[in-house]
Design a protein. Sequence first.
Length: 54
Amino acid sequence: MCPDCEDFARTVLLLGQLALYADTNGADLDFVEAVSPSLAASLPDPPNTTAEGS
């Protein structure tokens, strides 16, 4: 997997896990509110997965 693809996939995974955590009983919503904007802002541009010249 290309480095850009890895970074994008890892960040999307973390955002998904944070969303799931936010829906659990007893979740620290202050933590979710503090972390989610920074995590979303760090999301890299989606990698170009199309073949050149297609």
